[in-house]
Design a protein around this ligand. Structure first.
Ligand SMILES: Cc1cc2nc3c(=O)[nH]c(=O)nc-3n(C[C@H](O)[C@H](O)[C@H](O)COP(=O)(O)OP(=O)(O)OC[C@H]3O[C@@H](n4cnc5c(N)ncnc54)[C@H](O)[C@@H]3O)c2cc1C
Length: 294
């Protein structure tokens, strides 16, 4: 599998990358860690005339906490995110998820920006960020705009990014009260693999510490894009621990209803649905153990 020739350019900074993207238009592809792009080039799924590498853009490799927000640069690598102290303390669900991506070799080079821009329905960073109500900043030569991550994905492998635009950073608002998250990923046992199904469950308590004030549930691998299970979230929001446990089967049913899984060689649609139902319940129980412990 030989890669067809292209002109390679290592951008010096964000502005430089955006200018080259503007100049070369849809003929150009950006390269972050290359773990999705290079296999796609090899398989000739894409044949760009220009490849613009972002590897010199250290300005996009960060995790910063400011006021009540965490900002993650698009070039932050999974290996660093998995052990980042700010994330571990405030949104550990993201650390759980990215530590399950691929292998050590993959996590050492692959970036969170690449994971989101590939827009796989099973992208591991997407679920936790959706459950955390994450937002993304899109940069172009005409400026920047911030949108909810939930509006970023438009289909398998597709996002709202237009030619000439880059994903610059991800923003997460920090919870003001106690919160906890659980990420569950089903994959083939003896393989480095994308999720067959994933469930991200993030919960937060109200000021009294007795009720679930916030519930975020996101599902991967069961629809054309990663999705929020809004109906299931609504069932559990505002409930005490005991009430939530009683309502859990209903929430799991709502989550299953939100899915549109396919059958393929890895799993049938029915199996994927069954796993969603079981994982939502299992994740909620794990989160409750942390949230409601005295
Ligand atoms: C063996 C193997 C195992 C894997 N396992 C997993 C897994 O378990 N879970 C999982 O979720 N993924 C997995 N992946 C997929 C891949 O590793 C991840 O999606 C990774 O995060 C992609 O990041 P990257 O930096 O390598 O992106 P790249 O390959 O460099 O780029 C991916 C795509 O995003 C675009 N892009 C990159 N950065 C930006 C940006 N800032 N703005 C706009 N566009 C951008 C590129 O043009 C390209 O189209 C695996 C891949 C391999 C090869």
């Amino acid at each position: 599998m030989r890669i067809r020739g292209f002109e390679y350019y290592a951008a010096k900074d964000l502005r430089d990358a955006l200018e080259k993207m503007e100049e070369w238009g849809p003929q150009a592809k950006v390269l972050a860690g290359g773990t999705d792009l290079v296999p796609a080039l090899k398989k000739k799924k894409i044949q760009p005339a220009y490849v613009i590498s972002l590897h010199k853009l250290r300005e996009l490799d960060y995790v910063r906490q400011a006021d009540s927000q965490v900002r993650i640069g698009a070039m932050a690598k999974h290996v660093d995110l998995a052990s980042n102290p700010i994330l571990k303390q405030n949104c550990s669900i993201l650390c759980q998820a990215v530590s399950l991506i691929g292998s050590w070799q993959i996590r050492n080079v692959a970036t969170i920006g690449g994971n989101l821009c590939t827009a796989s329905p099973a992208a591991d960073s997407a679920g936790p960020l959706l459950a955390l109500d994450g937002r993304v900043v899109i940069a172009g030569l005409d400026g920047e705009k911030e949108i909810p991550l939930a509006s970023f994905f438009t289909g398998p492998g597709e996002t709202v990014l237009k030619p000439g635009q880059l994903l610059k950073e991800i923003i997460i608002d920090l919870p003001e009260t106690r919160s906890a998250g659980c990420y569950l990923k089903l994959m083939r046992k003896k393989a480095v693999d994308l999720a067959l199904v994933s469930v991200a469950f993030e919960g937060g308590l109200d000021a009294s510490g007795k009720k679930l004030a916030r519930v975020g549930i996101a599902l991967g691998g069961v629809a054309p894009t990663p999705i929020r299970a809004v109906g299931a979230e609504e069932v559990l929001t505002g409930l005490t621990h005991q009430e939530a446990v009683k309502k859990l089967p209903e929430a799991a049913r709502m989550a299953v209803e939100a899915t549109r899984p396919i059958s393929d060689v890895r799993a049938s649609a029915a199996y994927r649905r069954a796993v969603v139902g079981a994982y939502v319940q299992r994740a909620m129980k794990a989160v409750s153990m942390t949230l409601f412990r005295t």
